[in-house]
Design a protein around this ligand. Structure first.
Ligand code: NI
Length: 172
């Protein structure tokens, strides 16, 4: 089932997510729903806080919803090593109509658990590495807005507040 995606400034996006220790049916359903949500919303990555769950769980597929050939489900992911630098133009399903250039590590070493709780460790490069860093940011309550310039962020915040006011007026 596709899940609703939390949109900035929803406070759930700012929480530090909790590690997962249970891999039962509830968690499996969450993984399945997150993968579906990621693909249906045309994303290449999704973190559990984006669907309102404060858990350290991310889904990643650099090949995108058309190919669906690079799916990874990472539980309690940790970035162990970083090397090099790459600049990426990033957007986020939780921050609509916003894009910004972010400097990320070019190569990372990741340690995590898979959806069944088995340990995995691997190296990621380029686009895959960028997506993992973006999603791990989500688990720590960090959004692409935090990487943007103050000016750019200020403009976006203003736009968000204006939309909120319009919505409140419409509802009252
Ligand atoms: Ni995001």
């Amino acid at each position: 089932m596709k899940l609703p995606v939390s949109i900035y400034p929803d406070p759930v996006l700012r929480l530090r997510a909790e590690p997962i220790g249970e891999f039962g049916p509830e968690m499996q359903q969450l993984v399945t729903d997150m993968v579906e949500t990621m693909y249906e919303d045309d994303g290449v990555g999704l973190a559990a806080p984006q669907v309102g769950k404060g858990l350290r769980l991310i889904t990643v597929d650099p090949t995108g919803p058309k190919e669906r050939k690079g799916l990874m489900v990472l539980v309690n992911p940790e970035i162990m090593e970083r090397e090099g630098e790459v600049e990426s133009e990033e957007g986020c399903l939780s921050v609509p109509d916003f894009k910004c250039a972010i400097r990320r590590s070019h190569r990372i070493r990741v340690r995590a658990l898979d959806r069944d709780g088995a340990p995995v460790e691997f190296e990621a490069l380029d686009y895959q590495a960028v997506i993992i860093q973006h999603e791990v940011d989500h688990l720590n309550g960090v959004l692409i807005l935090d990487h943007a310039s103050r000016l750019k962020r200020g403009i976006y915040d203003k736009k968000v507040r204006k939309l909120q006011r319009q919505r409140e007026k419409g509802e009252s």
